[in-house]
Design a protein around this ligand. Structure first.
Ligand SMILES: Nc1ncnc2c1ncn2[C@@H]1O[C@H](COP(=O)(O)OP(=O)(O)OP(=O)(O)O)[C@@H](O)[C@H]1O
Ligand SMILES: [Mg+2]
Length: 144
């Protein structure tokens, strides 16, 4: 599922609700929430130090989790590494029909632009995996 909309409308809240429901019915193992910024920072770090987990292992883990929330897709800086890693993860997950909830401030068109050469293929996989939902409303953080 792809949930998009402007700041504070409740995208992360809704994605976490899906994750909690999943954990309550099937258990915690292999059911994971990550912000895309943190995922990409972990990947970058993996290139900097040999003590860190290898990038391929990180990509392998996030490709295979039984249920994954990727929060704030598109908020990370886009480099070739980031674009390719996101493609790898989503290609595997869509191919294996692994449930994935993605939130973003971007619509799918803008996600496609953000991911450069991989954009069209990333968006094709996201859209093909399930529903696209646009959340409307006010910023719940401060608007009444
Ligand atoms: N259905 C809801 N009921 C009550 N509170 C909610 C609901 N949805 C969101 N909120 C609250 O509103 C605030 C903003 O929600 P959230 O963080 O999910 O927004 P977001 O769309 O992810 O924003 P951003 O684009 O900035 O990440 C949070 O404090 C959240 O707990
Ligand atoms: Mg959010």
């Amino acid at each position: 599922m792809f949930i998009h909309g402007s700041a504070g409308v409740g995208k992360t809240h809704l994605a976490v609700a899906y994750l909690v429901r999943e954990i309550q019915s099937k258990g915690e193992a292999s059911r994971v929430f990550i912000r895309s910024v943190d995922l990409m920072n972990r990947l970058r770090d993996s290139f900097r130090s040999s003590y860190n987990q290898a990038a391929s292992e990180i990509i392998g883990d996030y490709s295979r989790y039984r249920f994954l929330v990727i929060d704030d897709l598109g908020a990370e800086r886009h480099t070739d590494l980031v674009q390719e890693a996101m493609y790898d993860i989503l290609d595997f997950r869509s191919g294996h029909r692994l449930p994935t909830v993605i939130t973003s401030n971007f619509s799918l068109d803008r996600v496609a632009e953000h991911y450069g050469d991989f954009g069209e293929r990333i968006v094709s996989r996201i859209a093909g995996m399930g529903e696209t939902m646009r959340l409307l409303g006010k910023d719940r953080r401060w608007q009444k």
